[in-house]
Design a protein around this ligand. Structure first.
Ligand SMILES: NC(=O)c1ccc[n+]([C@@H]2O[C@H](COP(=O)([O-])OP(=O)(O)OC[C@H]3O[C@@H](n4cnc5c(N)ncnc54)[C@H](O)[C@@H]3O)[C@@H](O)[C@H]2O)c1
Length: 362
């Protein structure tokens, strides 16, 4: 079985590291410190390289507009406001979410080194993009990482049509021997809203099952879905998980519950998003070598399991994205939706930043 078919638009090909430098220059011109701009650009590029296009460079224009309008403070530095044993609370002070999330997971890893586990809540943050990036940060330190965030409302409670729940993504990562870390990372809606946004920008329909219109009727019209509701994963199980993640990321950390979070397009309003990060040190439970070998053996067994007749391959979360990243590196270019590129050029003009030249059409 292959990954879900996602709508594709007309594209522009760019040399990846030229694109990354461009993103850094845009973020710096908008007031970010150079190292924070580098963090943001690196994560956005990695999303595009790893096939998580819903959270790649497509997001940069709205982040820049939010920084310009006061919705994000580009120069803010997150701060640890409470710490006790294995837990800490971070106030992001309305910083960019990616920078805030890297900071908080660094703290969770440091706590786990001392206590075996680190649990860090973060408030007053903004949209942090792909949860998996921060879970992978723990895996890169040889730990298990678990990450969630709340998000502006886009789903209704099961049986309802009022958009009061976020699609609050969850990520889990673990290192393995001889291969990409396992990283499961998904929204609690059938797809992240970014995929609907990409379809909308390309003037394309979305697959049935992704969304409902504002009246709660199933729709394949991306414009109606943008104003409507995303369908949860697993029916009431998805909406139940959304509430659970809101309790962790909204209420526990003293942020705002999804129902009252502003949408990112309200560019002057601080996001008020909350996140939660857990790092677990493996050696407190089992020898790390043995753990990583066993995870590798489990994943090999899953990958090699007997397949259904119409299935080409069983895919492993983390390896899917690792394979895409290696393929993109071998190709030497990254593709952006033409609409995303036009938006980036508009931002470049506004900020007086020079843009790289796209590669010839292929
Ligand atoms: N910050 C936010 O507010 C926010 C909100 C929603 C989503 N997101 C992010 O959006 C991104 C995309 O989310 P999504 O829900 O659209 O992801 P998705 O539906 O594409 O699912 C991705 C996950 O499923 C795995 N996967 C995909 N196809 C598979 C297959 N055939 N077999 C086995 N595993 C498979 C992938 O490895 C990955 O772990 C994530 O990074 C998520 O964190 C962020």
């Amino acid at each position: 079985m292959s990954t879900r078919t996602k709508p594709s638009a007309a594209t522009v090909a760019l040399e990846p590291y030229g694109l990354e430098r461009f993103a850094v220059a845009l973020a710096c011109a908008q007031g970010m410190h150079a190292d924070d701009a580098a963090t943001l650009a690196e994560i956005l590029l990695r999303c595009d390289l790893r096939g998580i296009r819903s959270h790649g460079m497509v997001r940069l224009p709205v982040y820049l507009r939010r920084m310009a309008a006061g919705g994000i403070d580009p120069a803010a530095t997150p701060e640890i406001v409470r710490e006790s044993g294995a837990t800490a609370l971070v106030d992001a002070h309305n910083a960019n979410g990616h920078v805030a999330a890297r900071f908080a997971m660094r703290k969770a890893i440091e706590l786990a080194e001392r206590h075996g586990i680190g649990a860090v809540g973060e408030r007053n943050s903004n949209h942090f993009g792909p949860s998996g990036e921060y879970a992978l940060q723990a895996a890169a330190a040889g730990m298990i990482g678990i990450v969630s965030t709340n998000a502006a409302p886009c789903m209704a409670p099961w049986g309802g049509i009022a958009p009061i729940l976020g699609n609050n993504p969850i990520a889990f990562a673990a290192p393995r021997a001889d291969g990409d870390p396992f990283v499961l990372d998904f929204a609690l809606s059938q797809v992240a809203k970014g995929w609907v946004r990409l379809a909308f920008a390309a003037g394309r329909a979305i697959p049935a099952g992704w969304a409902m219109d504002a009246q709660g009727r199933p729709t394949t019209d991306a414009a109606a879905a943008m104003k409507g509701l995303l369908n949860p994963i697993g029916a009431y199980k998805g909406t139940g998980l959304s509430i659970a993640m809101d309790i962790l990321c909204g209420i526990l950390v003293g942020s705002t519950a999804s129902a009252d979070l502003p949408h990112q397009e309200n560019v002057a309003l601080p996001g008020n998003v909350g996140h939660f990060f857990i790092a677990i040190q493996i050696e407190r439970f089992i020898a790390p070598d043995e753990f990583e070998r066993s995870v590798g053996a489990l994943l090999d067994r899953v990958e090699g399991a007997r397949r259904a007749p119409d299935t080409d391959a069983i895919l492993i979360p983390g390896k899917i994205e690792g394979d895409k990243e290696r393929a993109a590196a071998a190709r030497g270019y990254v593709e952006l939706a033409a609409e995303t590129w036009s938006e980036l050029l508009r931002e470049a003009e506004r900020l007086g930043v020079g843009a790289p030249t796209p590669l010839p059409a292929r």
